[in-house]
Write a protein that binds this ligand. Structure first.
Ligand code: ZN
Ligand code: ZN
Ligand code: ZN
Ligand code: ZN
Ligand code: ZN
Length: 637
């Protein structure tokens, strides 16, 4: 497994299947860097982004440990790995269908002890883990309650032998749990009470109870509506088998997509003062003999720390810091701890307002920052696209930090920062000790903005707004049903987002990138003080790759113009048209939040898209069959 995948999609609380077929759940952060390990050198894993640290209220981020063999004279960070626990705990035997539950900490292969299976051998055959789990909306997950389910009781007294039979038919209705039957599905009174129940309906959610609260089939039907079966509060990834929870619980297939929704926060590093700090000094600040004293100084003195005190804190590194002047050292201290940020932007307490958080990135990217961590230049704009597009930037250096801040199960609800962090470890840490798992991508990109006059005229058209409202209303309905808060789904947002997908597809085609290696980043807001209509397309490769220069070259006017032209020409056509374009009236795709956009034309791999492939419509880009002038890029306006 690659390190980045241990942030997402296989981060804390996610299930994955090892090469030997064992299903495991990634353990919580408490056990990622064991404190009793004398060879632990955390400086190899620390990464910082002051804006994101402030937003998520943590001291630092850490890369997932990579497995290192070590050598006779260097044991630093030897043999670290991210722990995982075997889950689900229920297994069943392919031969005799017997169900068996082992403890979470069980390490060995689970073997069947049914006499007919063991026969004359020493051990019975290996059992396989069951494909079912039970999840709740607060992020808990537990084994499916087979014993409770078959006995229709929250606390069954029968301890009979359980088996899971498949009675034909592919669906859950064909899966039957039985108590007191033999391997041949014949009743055996010595083995249990004879209870029998199919799994039909166990994955059904979206129900209501008498008082109108959300409920599920499993909760209402296990013992009956008058005696609802609620979540056990189990957090097996933290080795907690139960806990407080009053939520309904839903059966799920462990391989299904709704079992885990990671919440990843992404930030592009912004220096507090562009060009004030060299990359060399930033690296030095992370040294093991400097970082703790520096952190201590910040805890004690905060923004009042003087240059003399900061220099004092670097003494552990000998003369290494002598070459850097006072103001650079001060700037490095401020960049590390986020001192001097005005707080007017991105200082919002909650995770929701993406445009507030993105605005400072937008303000810096659209200039031509020259910093070791963020560098952009102005390649000019081709005359043929200058009427629509303004301010192209070649972003030669950027650093993106991607952080797992929590997850959800069942559906991707809003997740408060504290709630999300509470799922990742047993007990929350105070902010000055807290950290989250992160991955850092150094990359490059193309940035551009829409022409503001043309955009204003286009968005003022009633039919344009009406088209975007089809999506906005649909999304409003979906998000209200989920108890979330609505967002502004504007014409510029849908249009720029769709155009981003078309451009990425075109760049993949012309430059040979894999589409999973390019990402979009939308800077969109109609809020007066934060008006934005910008798009960044950037490489999302690992630490070492990404600085290939290929994407930067494509931002030159003579290269970018043909890419734009080809993307727009492709926008007119989808292999499923006229079906895809006609779907524009009803909505299609995830949450029915797309109009004319489908896998045949404008969808991307999930890793490339910020919006789960929602809010897409080719109609707003190039017009529809009915109204060819509707698009921002329509040629016949
Ligand atoms: Zn068996
Ligand atoms: Zn029984
Ligand atoms: Zn729960
Ligand atoms: Zn299509
Ligand atoms: Zn997207």
């Amino acid at each position: 497994m690659r390190r980045a995948q241990l942030v997402s999609p296989f981060g804390v609380g996610a299930m994955s299947v090892l090469v030997d077929g064992t299903s495991v759940i990634t353990a919580g952060l408490d056990h990622w860097f064991p404190r009793n390990n004398a060879d632990l050198a955390l400086e190899d894993f620390r990464v910082n982004d002051w804006r994101l640290e402030a937003r998520l209220k943590v001291q630092e981020f850490r890369l997932p440990p990579d497995y290192r063999k070590g050598s006779p004279d260097d044991h630093r960070n030897e043999k670290l790995s991210v722990p995982a626990l075997r889950f689900p705990c229920y297994s069943f035997c392919m031969y005799c269908k017997r169900l068996k539950k082992v403890p979470l900490s069980f390490q060995d292969a689970v073997r069947c002890d049914e006499p007919t299976c063991v026969g004359k051998r020493r051990f019975g055959p290996k059992m396989s883990q069951v494909p079912f789990v039970a999840i709740c909306g607060k992020g808990h997950i537990d084994d499916f309650p087979f014993r409770e389910w078959v006995h229709r009781s929250k606390d069954p007294s029968c301890t009979g032998v359980l088996r899971l039979f498949s009675t034909g038919g592919g669906g859950l209705e064909g899966q039957v749990v039985r108590c007191g039957y033999d391997a041949k599905n014949q009743r055996n009174e010595r083995k249990g009470c004879g209870a029998s129940r199919s799994l039909q309906g166990i994955t059904t959610g979206g129900m209501k109870d008498e008082s109108g609260e959300d409920s599920t089939f499993l909760t209402q039907q296990l013992a009956g509506r008058s005696d609802p079966y609620l979540c056990t509060g189990a957090r097996p990834w933290l080795h907690e088998e139960d806990g407080p929870c009053d939520q309904p619980v839903q059966g799920a297939l462990r391989a299904s997509g709704n079992v885990y929704f990671p919440y990843v926060e992404s930030s592009i590093f912004l220096p507090q003062k562009v060009g004030a700090v060299s990359g060399a000094l930033r690296d030095l600040m992370k040294r093991a003999d400097v970082e703790p004293t520096m952190t201590f100084l910040f805890t004690m003195r905060g923004k009042d720390a003087t240059v003399a005190e900061i220099r004092q804190a670097t003494r552990g590194a000998g003369e290494l810091f002598d070459q850097f002047p006072d103001d650079e050292l001060l700037a490095a201290f401020q960049d590390r701890f986020g001192i001097g940020s005005t707080g007017e932007d991105g200082d919002d307490d909650e995770s929701g307002d993406l445009d507030i958080w993105r605005h400072p990135e937008f303000k810096l990217l659209r200039e031509t920052p020259q910093d070791d961590e963020l560098r952009a230049s102005d390649p000019g704009v081709h005359a043929a696209i200058a009427g629509h597009v303004d301010r192209v930037r070649s972003v030669t250096v950027l650093r993106e930090t991607r952080v797992l801040r929590g997850f959800a199960r069942g559906r991707d609800n809003e997740l408060k920062i504290a709630e999300g962090k509470a799922l990742l470890r047993r007990r929350p840490l105070p902010p000055d000790k807290d950290w989250l798992p992160a991955y850092v991508v150094k990359g490059e990109g193309i940035y551009f903005e829409l022409d503001s006059d043309r955009l204003a005229a286009w968005e003022a058209r009633g039919e344009v707004q009406a088209r975007a409202d089809l999506i906005a209303n649909q999304y409003g309905q979906v998000i209200t049903d989920r108890g979330g808060s609505p967002r502004d789904i504007s014409p510029r947002m849908v249009m720029l987002h769709t155009f981003a997908h078309l451009l990425i597809n075109e760049l993949v085609f012309t430059c040979g990138y894999s589409s999973a290696s390019l990402r979009e980043r939308l800077y969109v807001s109609r809020d007066g003080g934060r008006d934005m209509a910008g798009l960044l397309i950037y490489t999302a490769a690992g630490d070492s790759e990404g600085t290939m220069g290929g994407l930067v070259r494509m931002s030159r006017p003579d290269r970018l113009q043909p890419v734009f032209a080809a993307a727009l020409s492709d926008a007119h056509w989808c292999s499923t048209d006229p079906v895809c374009m006609d779907a524009g009236e009803r909505g299609q795709g995830p949450d029915s939040c797309n109009l004319a956009a489908c896998h045949g034309c404008a969808l991307l791999p999930e890793t490339s898209c910020e919006e789960f492939n929602r809010f897409l419509d080719r109609g707003l880009v190039v017009g529809t069959f009915a109204d060819p002038t509707l698009g921002y890029f329509s040629t016949s306006t």
